[in-house]
Design a protein around this ligand. Structure first.
Ligand SMILES: C[S@@+](CC[C@H](N)C(=O)[O-])C[C@H]1O[C@@H](n2cnc3c(N)ncnc32)[C@H](O)[C@@H]1O
Length: 283
């Protein structure tokens, strides 16, 4: 597998190789090639502390896929994917393409490597007519919502599926995430969806709780310190929007493709380590 080399960093203006970054570590968890030695070494250290971490990343990615397909099946044709990450198997625009829907996609990420690779991929796939990337901070909702790329692609008079998949645990309490989310929700019309997933350990075994706390502490040394939150707190992030069935659940439990299919051992170990949910704006 080829990986980015230190010299390649020059291709990504603003890339910080002095510390590992969440986007590049996650790329490594998923088996991607867009990470550097500093990210791989950090990821391997986390895997030693928390063996199911790669299964957790794959489970999160699978949830994203099921959620996007469910939104498309329900008629939604616009996606705003914030904290979209470095492109990986099952990107939102690829799911849209497989579905055959005429939909629009805006990716948002503040990590230079994620933005650059997303831009390159959309160009290579000749998808820039209906999909784009905005390099911005989630915590700057006006900059995201009013960016020329968002305005080009998203019609805010029509429903939007707002995705915050594995983003929230990189947002600290000082950021007032519920207040920022109000700003996004206020911009979306009835029928819009908000889907999120977030690492957690309130439903994990005592041993895993300790491992998760250790892992979260290690992330303090990266560009993206990590926060653990519990189910009740995350449920409040949806504000007044009601949750769609099946509510706030663990990743494999959100509308599985094959209900009651047993999880692999790895998936079962990762199951209690995140929450996810999808809510909709009522009429
Ligand atoms: C773990 S990755 C998740 C990628 C993708 N959403 C997924 O679930 O497969 C988290 C991403 O959030 C991005 N991120 C973290 N904080 C952010 C912020 N404040 N604004 C925009 N992106 C952010 C990181 O750069 C990283 O790419």
């Amino acid at each position: 597998m080829s990986t980015e080399t230190e010299g390649d960093a020059a291709r990504f203006p603003g890339v910080d190789l002095s510390r590992p970054s969440a986007a590049r570590i996650y790329d490594w968890y998923l088996g991607g090639a867009h990470n550097w030695a500093i990210d791989r070494e950090f990821g391997a250290r986390i895997e030693t502390m928390l063996p199911p971490i790669k299964a957790l990343a794959r489970s999160n990615r699978a949830f994203l896929g099921r959620l996007v397909r469910a939104a498309l099946d329900s008629g939604i044709r616009q996606f705003l994917d914030i904290g979209s990450g470095i492109p990986a198997v099952g990107n939102v625009h690829e799911i849209v393409r497989q579905h055959g829907a005429d939909a629009r996609v805006v990716y948002v990420d503040y990590e230079p490597v994620a933005a650059a690779h997303s831009r390159m991929l959309l160009q290579q796939e000749e998808a820039t007519g209906w999909a784009g990337i905005v390099q911005q901070d989630f915590l700057a909702p006006s900059a995201v919502l009013e960016s020329p790329e968002t305005r080009r692609l998203i019609d805010f008079d029509q429903p939007v599926c707002l995705l915050l998949i594995a983003l929230g645990h990189f947002l600290g309490d000082e950021a007032d995430v519920p207040g920022v989310l109000d700003r996004y929700r206020d911009r979306l019309v009835a029928g819009s969806w908000l889907g999120l997933s977030h690492i957690a350990c309130d439903d994990a075994t005592p041993e895993q709780q300790e491992q998760m706390r250790g892992g979260a502490a290690s992330y303090q040394d990266t560009s993206n310190p990590l926060w653990l939150r519990d189910r009740a707190e995350l449920a409040r992030w949806f504000g007044p929007w009601p949750l769609l069935s099946p509510g706030m659940v663990h990743l494999p439990d959100w509308r599985p493709d094959v209900p009651d299919e047993p999880l692999s051992e790895e998936e079962a170990q990762a199951r209690g380590l995140a929450w996810c949910g999808v809510a909709t704006r009522p009429d």
